[in-house]
Design a protein around this ligand. Structure first.
Ligand code: ACO
Length: 333
């Protein structure tokens, strides 16, 4: 006997970025680089930097906006999931900090670690709780302050990343709308391709690891690029195949914003004109778990989606991980 499942979808979205803008030109004062190289190789022109602000502040602002947009009171939330690789602290979770700040008195709260795939992973988790009827309202946030874990003397990485937060309130929607399918994946054999070597129990932070700058992001850019170019389109294809949907049905792609060349290659594979991909990498760079929800929220608030549109969220990142969700937009504009 199959149980009746409740359709789970997005009720509201929000985003927040810090005010401080760092342009490519600004970076030329820190490392041997130039605007033309960064724009041509990545598509990034500027990024936001949180300075003294903790990630919970960005997450809080994005969450408030999403709750307002959804018409949901904090007390209605059953669960808060924060996808991040830059929490305020290792413990407590940033989700717990938010639970208190928002006054979400009934909510359970936890952080989810899947790097840049985090928002799509967390959206899928939220969808399961709602679909099986155990929870009604789940707040999902992707939030990062990557500027705090980037080595500003390493031109291979410091040009790529930025800070921000995006949020979505998930809840029951009209039958047949909301989250239709997903694909989650991991390949831990690629763990060393993109990591913060001294950040936990494997290699605890010591004076020596700090001197070796092992507390910052280390990345084999070419290896990540090869992986990303293949997986971004593939994960969307897998999500579509599970529900017998054709690529041609996709109205919008909301991709992880790591490199414009990766986004272009995914759009091509999915036979989607680039205008149908939501792209904001030029202004924000790679905000890891925040990239997809910020792009989603900006597009939603710009009224780019209409009820019934098929939206593919697709991300990849450290782990290695990848994730995609197919969403039938349930919100009336
Ligand atoms: N400015 C100027 N020149 C540079 C810079 C820079 N910032 N960085 C590298 N170069 C030089 C290199 O030294 C090299 O010079 P050489 O040919 O004389 O040796 C040349 O430019 C080409 O360098 P590549 O590393 O081959 O450049 P590539 O085209 O591969 O682009 C990049 C590098 C942008 C990092 C690309 O590989 C990429 O986007 N990779 C994916 C990264 C990614 O998505 N990471 C995030 C994953 S999400 C997460 O979980 C956080």
């Amino acid at each position: 006997m199959t149980e009746k499942r409740i359709s789970a979808g997005i009720l509201g979205t929000g985003w927040a970025v810090p005010d401080k803008v760092v342009t490519n030109q600004d970076l030329t004062r820190l490392v041997d680089t130039n605007d033309a190289w960064i724009v041509e190789r990545t598509g990034i022109r500027e990024r936001r930097v949180a300075e003294d602000m903790p990630v919970s502040e960005l997450a809080y602002r994005a969450a408030k906006m999403a709750l307002d947009d959804a018409g949901t009171a904090p007390e209605e939330l059953d669960l808060i999931i924060v996808a991040t690789l830059t929490p305020d602290r290792v413990i407590p979770s940033t989700a717990c900090v938010l639970q208190d700040r928002l006054g979400a008195t009934r909510a359970a709260a936890f952080d989810l670690s899947a790097a840049c795939s985090g928002f799509a992973y967390a959206s899928t988790v939220a969808g399961q709780f709602i679909s099986n009827g155990m929870y009604r309202k789940v707040l999902v946030i992707g939030a990062e302050t990557l500027s705090k874990v980037v080595d500003w003397t390493d031109r291979n990485t410091c040009i790529l990343f930025g800070d921000g937060a995006g949020a979505a309130v998930y809840g029951p929607v009209e039958d047949g709308y909301g989250l239709l399918s997903f694909d989650l994946g991991s390949d831990g054999s690629g763990a060393d391709v993109l990591d913060i070597p001294s950040s936990g129990s494997l290699n605890p932070v010591t004076a020596q690891t700090l001197a070796q700058r092992l507390n910052f992001i280390h990345m084999d850019g070419k290896a990540v690029f090869r992986f990303a170019v293949d997986i971004m389109g593939k994960t969307v294809e897998s999500s579509l195949a599970k529900i017998g949907m054709e690529k041609e049905s996709i109205d919008w792609l909301v991709p992880h914003q790591a490199n414009i060349r990766i986004i272009k290659s995914a759009a091509k594979r999915l036979k989607l004109p680039l205008e149908k991909a939501i792209i904001n990498i030029e202004h924000y760079g790679n905000m890891s778990a925040a990239s997809i929800p910020v792009a989603l929220a900006e597009a939603a608030h710009a009224h780019r989606f209409k009820k019934g549109d098929i939206i593919a969220l697709a991300g990849f990142g450290a782990g290695l991980t990848w994730a995609s969700c197919i969403v039938k937009w349930a919100k009336e504009d």
